[in-house]
Write a protein that binds this ligand. Structure first.
Ligand SMILES: Nc1ncnc2c1ncn2[C@@H]1O[C@H](COP(=O)(O)OP(=O)(O)O)[C@@H](O)[C@H]1O
Ligand SMILES: [Mg+2]
Length: 292
């Protein structure tokens, strides 16, 4: 689904929704540090169940990795978490708000999102600095000339942090895949979000690009001022050291979730990817190979 599309909220005429909403509000007030609270979330399109009864709680300060094969529902889960899509069933609490009972246009600037579908909306000839600066206005494509100088300075320093400030005046399309990925993360951080969602930022990168990204994400994970982060990938090798939690998805259902070392086991990962895997971890880095 295109990220700018948003299905209308489903008609929550059932008492179950309002009971769940009330329960969420009560529970939510007990756990003020909760960033995401999904309860029984399903997404159905036609006859296909994209997400199947997902329960998921993410607290402030946590760094999550969401792993699963192609088509498992990872991007759908991120679209829900990013307030880009409504669940068909269940309740999605995001930053103390509840989807369906909040203006998503107020919620979205509090969430930084980097995904291929969002990158696809960036005009090809957009200058790199503008790709980042427009995030503070919630748009892609610079449409006015008088951006605040403070915004431009912030955008530039984010490009510096991600090692791509020398390209500030280049067109987005002229960058390498790896450089573009780093610009997208700088853009996602521009609005100083409380929640950072990264959908496969390692896709299409060469080895040096991937290793550079993993190192930077690991540094971000270690920064106590960095927002709560959810990273989606289907490569175990892309899990950055310092990430604290993992959720494994297969066919729209959760296989396992919790503290990363408990979740990234051979058994769970073999279940998730549907083949017997041999998993090793070394200094926070994981690798998986098919077991003979
Ligand atoms: N609008 C839709 N209608 C039907 N199926 C869809 C729709 N959008 C996505 N899907 C399917 O749902 C599944 C999950 O998609 P997605 O969340 O993108 O998976 P992932 O990101 O894990 O690869 C895929 O099989 C995809 O083809
Ligand atoms: Mg995806």
């Amino acid at each position: 689904m295109h990220s700018s599309e948003i299905a209308p909220p489903p008609a929550h005429d059932s008492r179950a929704f309002w009971l769940a909403l009330a329960a969420f509000s009560v529970i939510g007030s007990l756990f003020m540090s909760e960033v995401l609270g999904l309860a029984g979330v399903s997404v159905v399109r036609g006859t296909k169940t994209l997400l199947d009864n997902v329960d998921w709680r993410v607290a402030e300060g946590e760094r999550w990795v969401v792993l699963g094969p192609n088509g498992a529902g990872k991007s759908t889960l991120l679209q829900i978490a990013g307030a880009r899509m409504h669940p068909t069933r269940g309740v999605a609490g995001i930053l103390d708000e509840v989807m369906g009972a909040v203006d998503v246009f107020e919620l979205r600037p509090r969430i930084g999102l980097a995904s291929a579908s969002l990158a696809g909306q960036i005009p090809e000839l957009e200058k790199v600095l503008n790709v980042v600066v427009t995030a503070s206005y919630g748009v892609t494509g610079r449409w006015r000339e008088d951006y605040d100088r403070d915004d431009e300075r912030r955008a530039f320093s984010l490009l510096e942090e991600w090692g791509v400030s020398t390209f500030f005046n280049r067109t987005f399309v002229s960058l390498s895949e790896g450089e573009r990925k780093r610009v997208q993360i700088a853009r996602a951080l521009m609005s100083d979000p409380e929640l950072l969602l990264l959908d496969e930022p390692g896709a299409g990168l060469d080895l040096a690009g991937r290793e550079g990204l993993v190192r930077r994400l690991s540094e971000l994970a270690a920064d106590p001022l960095a927002p709560c982060t959810v990273l989606v990938t289907h490569h175990l090798e892309e899990v950055p050291p310092g990430f604290t939690h993992a959720l494994l998805l297969r066919d729209g259902g959760v296989v396992a979730q919790g503290p990363i070392a408990d979740v990234l086991t051979e058994e769970n990962l073999s279940d998730t990817f549907g083949l017997p895997l041999s998993v090793t971890s070394n200094a926070g880095r994981y690798t998986a190979t098919a077991r003979n």
